[in-house]
Ligand binder design. Structure first.
Ligand code: GLN
Length: 293
């Protein structure tokens, strides 16, 4: 006789299985995978604890549990996640949007005036670009990425969140920024030092796109390129906001200051880690052209 599995019983079993494998948030992830398999939400599980699973459901759930046990991020298994309380499709072509990045969105929103033109460099899933466009109906965002497969994900997310008309997904990288001008440039660039690669969590190291994570030897390569060019694409008084990794805020602030950005500041994430560096192009900035005799 085959064993009878109910929602509650299989949740307990899976939570235990994940815990033994040192998977964080074991119960939550078990619930997310089971809810997706049964086409319920998590509350739906709680009111159906005694519901039995049939053979097909069990097989589908086990396939997902096996993937998670191999350290595939739960968001890739589900094919989606939430960022800024909005739904985002994710695939291994894009970094999974992190809650930490929401503080960059908050800092950007506090500085957007009227119908700003915004550039998001390395948009990935489009998380930052789409959150800003969703929150501020007057802004237009150019969402840049060098990966065509990431741009496809970003485009589908812009569509899904009803902002496709104001979010233009464009192929390009740090060496080829569109001329703008933009009132704001935002970026969550790759910033993990290459030398730290081997120590990353397997979820990140083995599944997320290295292109979106590896910031070169010291992790600061993208910030050097971005700060070197930001002045050319920002309007006078325009803002540059970047996400930074652990211990990088001071170095990135110094880069901002070196290129003459003013009002340089930083913001912690909700874990108390400096996470965002902000700077502003001088209002009375005189461009190279006007400088000529
Ligand atoms: N926050 C990500 C991580 O630690 C890194 C994101 C990035 O490099 N931009 O996994």
């Amino acid at each position: 006789m085959t064993e009878r599995w109910t929602v509650l019983k299989i949740l307990k079993w899976t939570t235990n299985y994940f815990t033994e494998r040192e998977i964080a948030s074991a119960r939550l992830e078990a619930e997310l995978l089971l809810a997706a398999t049964l086409d319920l939400d998590r509350v739906g599980l709680y009111v159906n604890f005694e519901r039995p699973l049939d053979t097909a459901e069990l097989a589908a759930f086990h396939a997902r549990v096996r993937r998670r046990a191999l350290r595939e991020p739960v968001q890739y298994i589900l094919g989606e996640t939430e960022f800024w309380s909005l739904p985002f499709t994710v695939s291994p072509a894009v970094l999974v949007p992190r809650a930490d990045t929401e503080v960059l969105v908050e800092e950007a929103l506090a500085r957007i005036e009227g119908s700003s033109r915004i550039l998001d460099v390395g948009t990935g899933s489009g998380a930052i670009a789409i959150a800003l466009a969703h929150e501020k109906p007057e802004v237009c965002v150019t969402a840049l990425d060098c990966s065509e497969s990431a741009l496809e994900v970003a485009r589908s997310n812009a569509q899904r969140n009803g902002v496709a008309e104001r979010v233009t997904c464009l192929a390009g990288d740090l060496a080829t920024l569109p001329p703008g001008p933009f009132e704001m440039v935002v970026s969550n660039p790759p910033y993990i030092p290459s030398r730290d690669w081997a120590e990353l969590m397997p979820e990140v190291r083995d599944y997320e796109p290295r292109l979106a994570l590896d910031g070169g030897d010291d992790g600061l390569q993208a910030y050097r390129q971005l700060t070197a060019q930001a002045g050319q694409v920002l309007t006078p008084g325009g803002w540059l906001l970047v996400e930074v990794g652990i211990d990088q805020a001071a170095d990135v602030r110094a880069l901002f200051e070196t290129v003459g950005l003013s009002e340089v500041s930083q913001r912690d994430d909700y874990a108390g880690i400096p996470r965002v560096v902000v700077g502003r192009k001088n209002l009375n900035h005189v461009g190279h052209e006007e400088n000529k005799p």
